[in-house]
Design a protein around this ligand. Structure first.
Ligand code: ADP
Length: 368
């Protein structure tokens, strides 16, 4: 059966040619594949990755153990906000194992027939990486259960009384799923991943190292305090750190003599509207809407999303996690509320906005 099914537009990648993305012909339209420069900056081996040390150590043990036992590595679920290294881990793992890799995206897997070619084409011990796995249809998810557990798929051929089931044995493979919305993964799917790792935001020191390394790869001179400043304003996220570095490099080339000093970095970031905490104009619009329209909250995410004309998913996966992490916002049973730090960051005085529903509202006993 293997090889008879038509390969989807994402390509098979062998250990020798693993890049971050499939070949140009194979690029699926729904997926934003990285540019050449992104590829140049992405670590090629797990040992080159900065930070996420605990995740790195645990994955390394599982990889070495599976190699020693000559067994297929267990399925891995990586979750965490965008830009923290899920795809980087997923592309480094097959290189460590010396196996081939296929890349798919949950958003394109709309029915079981979409996933069949990946499964039947999977080589022994190879990796199938499904990004945004939470976006897979339920029918695809259920179809994957026997594939993940017993490396078997059950295909139904024909309809009604003529229907018959064909069981196809697959070669053992490792599924790596990545998601920004682990809450949307059903318990039966989650439980079928033997290894589950959560990627957290990076420290400023870790991001500084990433920025200095990326500057080296991009051939730019950067002062240490400039690297630190860019790191400080990168929302704990390597992808943003690299994006901001590229902008600062453009600015330095156009306005200064090409060298990134602290003042060049600060001017460039300010010109892009990135504030002292690293929030960009969209992040601030999110906080500002809670402040002005909803008087600091509590307010439901859907209401904020409607006001901003954005998808609630974008807010909860991309914008909100860093706000919660930096204590500008809290989630309460009644909805999102600005914290005192959140009010102050917007230059507002909490007492001018508080409603009785706000967790900041306290009834102070009259002093005797
Ligand atoms: P995700 O899949 O979680 O959205 P990616 O793996 O695509 O994130 O990472 C985005 C970019 O950030 C990568 O291209 C890479 O350049 C950089 N990056 C991510 N994690 C690390 C890391 N641990 N060390 C160095 N660079 C990293």
């Amino acid at each position: 059966m293997a090889g008879q099914t038509e390969m989807p537009r994402e390509a098979i990648i062998t250990p020798a040619n693993i890049q971050d993305s499939p070949t140009q012909d194979a690029v699926p339209t729904q997926v934003d594949w990285p540019t050449e420069e992104d590829r140049a900056l992405r670590p090629q081996k797990m040992a080159e990755m900065i930070g996420q040390r605990d995740v790195f150590r645990r994955l390394e043990i599982s990889i070495r153990a599976s190699q020693k036992r000559k067994e297929t590595l267990g399925h891995i679920l990586l979750d965490g906000p965008p830009g923290l290294g899920k795809t980087t881990f997923a592309t480094c793992i097959p290189r460590e194992l010396g196996v081939s890799m296929q890349i798919g995206n949950g958003a394109t897997l709309k029915s079981p027939k979409d996933v069949v070619p990946y499964l039947t084409n999977a080589e022994e011990g190879s990796v199938l990486f499904i990004d945004e796995i939470h976006r897979m249809q339920k029918s695809v998810e259920e179809f994957l259960y026997p594939a993940m557990e017993d490396f078997r798929i059950d295909l139904t051929l024909g309809e009604g009384i003529n229907a018959r089931t064909l069981n196809i044995q697959l070669k053992p493979f490792t599924l790596i799923g990545a998601t920004t919305r682990s809450g949307l993964i059903s318990a039966p799917l989650r439980d079928r991943f033997q290894i589950r790792e959560h990627l957290d935001f990076y420290s400023i020191e870790e991001l500084s190292v990433i920025i200095r390394r990326s500057s080296g790869k991009l051939n730019i001179k950067i002062e240490d305090d400039a690297a630190y400043e860019i790191a400080f304003r990168s929302r704990g996220t390597p992808r943003l750190a690299n994006n901001r570095l590229r902008w600062v490099r453009d600015y330095a080339d156009a306005k200064a003599n090409g060298e990134i000093t602290l003042s060049v970095a600060m001017e460039a970031l300010e010109m892009q509207g990135i504030d002292k905490l690293g929030l960009d104009p969209q992040d601030r619009r999110f906080l500002d809407t809670i402040l002005r329209v909803f008087r600091g909250g509590p307010v439901g995410l859907e209401s904020i999303a409607h006001t901003l004309n954005l998808e609630p998913d974008t807010l909860s996966a991309e914008i909100e996690p860093f706000m919660l992490r930096s204590e500008l916002l809290i989630r309460t049973p009644k909805g999102r509320c600005l914290t005192e730090k959140g009010f102050r960051h917007l230059g507002a005085n909490p007492s001018d906005y508080l409603t009785m529903d706000s967790p900041l509202f306290k009834i102070t006993e009259p002093q005797p």
